[in-house]
Design a protein. Structure first.
Length: 191
């Protein structure tokens, strides 16, 4: 009897939102809060969802909020704290400001994880997207080590993992180059 792996979705919303000028995940985009797009994309492929944030403004969503164990450590700190707080086999990570992502994308990432420790999508512009990605629980010690050593760059952390850099197939990327659109400023929202 094979055991089904537990998949937990981590929504990163711990940034300062300085370019947006207010809590980024709550900014309305095409009729709903940015963070709700991330939730919708993860909900059907995850057993559990958690939000990495130092702000309880997301409590209305009914999803557990995990505060960073070590403050001001960026995505590495948020991912590490969530992995430690909620044991799981696999973590799907997404920032709160990418409204065009889909559950189809996350299903695709899960399907190619296999023996890798992480699957990092490559977008239509050939850029790596480590904050819309899939991580195995085996990554936890590397996140912990990088955090303890004060090394907070995701791309450097990835060098220490067995990573599959995965070009997203056209049938998954129906938005073309906009699949990973990142809303950072009020101008981005108005476009």
């Amino acid at each position: 009897m094979t055991h089904r792996k537990k998949v937990t979705g981590i929504i990163l919303s711990g940034g300062k939102s300085s370019r947006m000028g207010r809590e980024k995940g709550l900014v309305e985009y095409q009729g709903k809060a940015l963070i709700e797009y991330s939730i919708d994309a993860l909900r059907t492929v995850c057993d559990e969802l958690i939000i990495s944030s130092g702000n309880d403004c997301y409590s209305y969503l009914g999803i557990p909020i995990v505060n960073d164990e070590v403050e001001n450590c960026g995505p590495i700190g948020g991912i590490y704290t969530c992995m430690k707080a909620v044991p799981s086999d696999i973590y799907l990570v997404v920032s709160c400001d990418v409204p065009n992502i889909t559950s189809h994308l996350f299903s695709n990432l899960l399907s190619v994880l296999d023996q890798n420790e992480a699957v990092i999508p490559i977008d239509a512009n050939n850029k790596f997207q480590p904050l819309v990605a899939c991580y195995s629980s085996t990554c936890l010690p590397v996140f912990e080590s990088e955090l303890k050593e004060g090394r907070l760059k995701m791309m450097k952390l990835l060098e220490k993992l067995k990573v599959l850099y995965h070009k997203i197939p056209p049938e998954v990327d129906s938005n073309g180059s906009n699949l990973f659109f990142n809303a950072n400023t009020p101008d981005d929202i108005e476009k």
